[in-house]
Design a protein around this ligand. Structure first.
Ligand code: FAD
Length: 553
């Protein structure tokens, strides 16, 4: 079979279904083009399948000839032997789940011309918009504003601010969630008429069969995108006593006086600080030796100090023996610093991680393998042990991040339908913990680089040496860079700072494209931005930045 490519063009100027038809017709008239698909004029995109000799200019000229403008967005080889979607009665792709991975997959599939069935058992949009990123980050911002207005200067805090109007804040959060769910999920579906939403709980009932609402479908391909669920360890008494998970904590009708949080990972730290800033007395219990255990120890130590300054009691190396409810309170029996202690609070939040949501899905019947935590096992193309079933998002395990889910969903749909064989590549993946200050990190930590056998050098810069932090009177934080000893290439960047989540993007590009520390030094960084900390940290490898003049001169 001759080599074929799939080219995606962004098209401007389409205003109705007629425009979409014009563009498709114009493209189909180009030599070597097999198929052109505009999923909807609102999508502003056309996907073309053609012989490999097709030239971009010919496609663009055809679109322009029809009266529109176009640019090439993407071009990929289509693997030999792969059949393009059928456009028949059956679904080319059925997606189990209606969250971020599922939506990215459905949209990509629709752009490719596929007929898609998207099955959602609960609320459309899944975790991120409904009970995850969006509600948590808007509440964190509200808590920060409340806190900063109580403490315009951060250093030398002594007490917690007064509780504010929690019900109003929750109402505003719910309004935002509803608006984003509508705008980013419900309305988006209307742009793609070839996607059908099926409300119901799906189950795989064979190698290529899905059952939902009593109907069995036999789609061309299946994507499992069922997300994850909060996980609680088997602590004696916990199930009987009950507890909050993150979803319930983000919707509490009223603020408790006190809260014990079990787990000092991302969610435990973010929500622990959030509640403390609304005036709740918070204690965080962590079984591991550090908070934010995957981060650089310098960052974990500094964050522990800052949270302590906000009167959050943070205990590490804790052993929890049992939980009970006594007199309307939770009593967590723990061993802290080798001494038994009973930690009492009005509420208990479990933040001990999430596990893939894959039970009762019929995966075994479909020949799909799962790992020890229920994660769907996939190869580098996100294909499962069953070649007709792909999986993406939280259901394939860590890292559980929405941008990873969306990336995986799109890639899996494309691989499933066209066989382009795109490789799932999570190198240079940044992540952020939305505490204040934020933790943001990309690439290897010093420990991970050494474990990988690399000879490394590191630089650590306090925010006391970053002009932006001095000007903002908030010098809480640290930059740490990890570089290859020999080549000077940046291997990792780890930041604890105000807006670290914004700054990490520059470091992500540097790690991804193999830039050296010297490249950071030689790149302009605007004075009085937090991003300048990256350059200053890079300079720290060879110089004492405390002795430099302004602008790192
Ligand atoms: C409190 C919190 C804060 C977070 N903050 C961030 C953040 O700041 N940044 C970030 O990147 N990530 C964050 N995350 C993680 C992020 O929300 C997830 O990684 C992401 O939403 C996962 O998307 P998904 O599509 O894999 O799964 P989901 O969005 O969970 O979607 C799965 C969907 O599948 C449906 N489903 C399950 N089983 C079936 C079935 N049998 N039939 C039909 N439907 C089914 C479920 O109802 C669900 O809607 C946060 C998570 C939480 C809990």
């Amino acid at each position: 079979m001759a080599e074929r490519v799939q080219v995606t063009l962004d098209v401007q100027g389409m205003t109705c279904d007629g425009c979409a038809a014009h563009v498709e017709k114009a493209i189909r008239g180009v030599t070597d083009v097999e198929e052109a698909n505009v999923p909807s004029w609102r999508a502003g995109r056309v996907t073309v399948t053609a012989g490999a000799s097709v030239h971009h200019d010919a496609l663009i000229e055809a679109v322009e000839g029809a009266g529109y403008r176009a640019q090439v967005r993407d071009r990929r080889a289509v693997r030999e032997g792969q059949k393009f979607p059928s456009r028949g009665e059956t679904y080319d792709l059925m997606v189990v789940g209606g969250g971020s991975a599922a939506f990215a997959a459905a949209i990509k599939a629709a752009e490719l011309g596929a007929k898609v069935g998207l099955i959602e058992a609960g609320t459309i949009g899944g975790t991120c918009v409904n009970v995850g990123c969006v509600p948590s980050k808007t509440l964190i911002k509200a808590a920060e504003l409340c806190y900063r207005s109580a403490y315009p200067r951060f250093e030398g805090l002594t007490a917690c601010p007064p509780p504010s109007d929690w019900q109003r804040v929750i109402q505003q959060k719910d309004e935002l969630v509803a608006a984003l769910r509508q705008g980013k999920y419900v309305d988006v579906m209307k742009i793609y008429p070839s996607i059908t939403l099926i409300q119901g709980r799906a189950r795989l009932t064979g190698a290529k069969a899905i059952s939902v609402n009593g109907v069995t479908h036999r789609p061309g391909k299946i994507l499992v995108a069922t997300g994850s669920l909060p996980w609680a360890p088997p602590i004696p008494g916990l199930a009987e006593a009950g507890f909050l998970d993150s979803t319930e904590a983000l919707s509490l009708a009223s603020l408790p006086q006190s809260l014990v949080v079990i787990g000092a990972g991302v969610i435990g730290l973010e929500l622990g600080q959030l509640f403390a800033r609304f005036g709740v007395r918070v204690m965080i219990l962590e079984g591991g030796p550090h908070v934010a255990g995957a981060e650089e120890p310098e960052i974990g130590r500094a964050l522990t100090q800052y949270l302590g300054e906000e009167k959050i009691r943070l205990c590490t190396g804790v052993r929890i023996e049992r939980v009970e409810r006594v007199g309307g309170e939770y009593a967590v029996h723990a061993v802290i610093d080798d001494k038994p202690e009973v930690c009492r609070a009005e509420q208990l939040l479990l933040a001990t991680g999430r596990r893939p949501n894959t039970a009762d899905l019929g995966l075994a019947e479909a020949g799909v393998e799962v790992g020890p935590h229920g994660e769907v096992k996939v190869d580098q193309h996100l294909q499962t042990a069953n070649p007709d079933v792909y999986a993406a998002g939280d259901c394939i395990g860590e890292p559980m991040l929405v941008y990873v889910a969306a990336y995986g969903g799109g890639l899996a749909a494309e691989n499933a339908l066209t066989g382009t064989g795109r490789v799932y590549d999570l190198s240079a993946l940044p992540h952020v913990i939305f505490t204040d200050p934020q933790v943001a990190s990309v690439g290897l930590t010093e420990r991970a680089a050494k474990a990988a056998g690399k000879a490394v050098k590191t630089a650590v810069l306090s925010l006391k040496d970053v002009p932006r932090a001095l000007a903002a009177r908030n010098t809480r934080g640290v930059f740490k860079l990890v570089a290859d000893q020999e080549t000077g290439k940046l291997l990792g960047a780890h930041i604890l700072a105000d807006d670290a989540g914004e700054v990490i993007q520059a470091a992500t590009l540097a790690v991804r494209f193999g830039l050296r520390v010297q490249d950071l030094v030689e790149t302009f960084h605007p004075y009085l931005t937090m991003a300048e900390g990256l350059k200053l940290a890079a300079l720290t490898f060879d110089k004492d930045v405390a002795k430099l003049s302004c602008c790192a001169a």
